[in-house]
Design a protein around this ligand. Structure first.
Ligand code: ADP
Length: 206
């Protein structure tokens, strides 16, 4: 992935600093900006929680936005498929959009399966520790299977649908996430409260 960035130097492209920076925006909006990255199996609850949390923050006047994996594939990433390379590029572009949004003063909530530690480490490195949170939305494969339309997981187990994370393609659990939301034990509201508390403790919101 790093090779992409070497072109920037080759083409002599220079970053232009404006008169207004992230700190100015954070002060004006009354909260810090940052990326909350939700990782976990499909149907673990990432989107449900991200959207519910966005609503809670929005109602309190906090500038925020959900980057949803499926939505991004409708536009910016419509040219990408599901090969290893395309999946990685999908992630890379998403992270760069998140970086711009964080620079613009928003709290960004990104819901992506993102099964590989290497990729998640890459995302963390594109951010500074003070404005990045990795949230592991934990749920067993069996419970995820109960949550999706009947037959879907059965088809993946039978090999009819291939490359499904958690069934025939690995999910590497986060070793040291900033927060774990165990959606088999916690209801949605408890997850929202815990997220809110975490942002308060980290000083993102006051
Ligand atoms: P993902 O984004 O991880 O693929 P979704 O949020 O799209 O998952 O789907 C999760 C499903 O599980 C939703 O239908 C949601 O209502 C359900 N669900 C059941 N219990 C929970 C919970 N405790 N937290 C979040 N979602 C839950």
């Amino acid at each position: 992935m790093d090779s992409v960035y070497s072109r920037v130097a080759e083409n002599n492209v220079v970053w232009h600093n404006g008169f207004v920076n992230r700190v100015d925006r954070n002060e004006a909006y009354g909260h810090k900006s940052g990326l909350i990255w939700f990782t976990g199996l499909s149907s673990s609850g990432k989107s449900t929680i991200a959207h519910a949390f966005e609503k809670r923050l929005f109602e309190e006047g906090i500038k925020c936005y959900v980057l949803d994996g499926d939505n991004i594939r409708h536009g910016l990433n419509a040219d990408l498929g599901f090969s290893e390379n395309d999946k990685r590029e999908n992630l890379r572009r998403t992270v760069e959009v998140a970086r711009l949004m964080v620079d613009a003063g928003l709290i960004v909530l990104a819901a992506f399966v993102s099964p590989f530690r290497r990729d998640r480490q890459y995302i963390r490195e594109r951010f500074k520790n003070d404005n990045f949170l990795e949230v592991y939305v934990r749920c067993s494969v069996d419970e995820c299977a109960r949550r999706v339309p009947k037959g879907y997981y059965e088809k993946t187990r039978a090999g009819i649908i291939k490359g499904y994370t958690g069934v025939d393609s690995p999910y590497e659990e986060p070793e040291n996430p900033d927060l774990i939301l165990d959606t088999e034990k916690m209801d949605k509201e408890s997850s929202i409260s815990l997220l809110y508390e975490t942002l308060m403790n980290r000083g993102w919101i006051g």
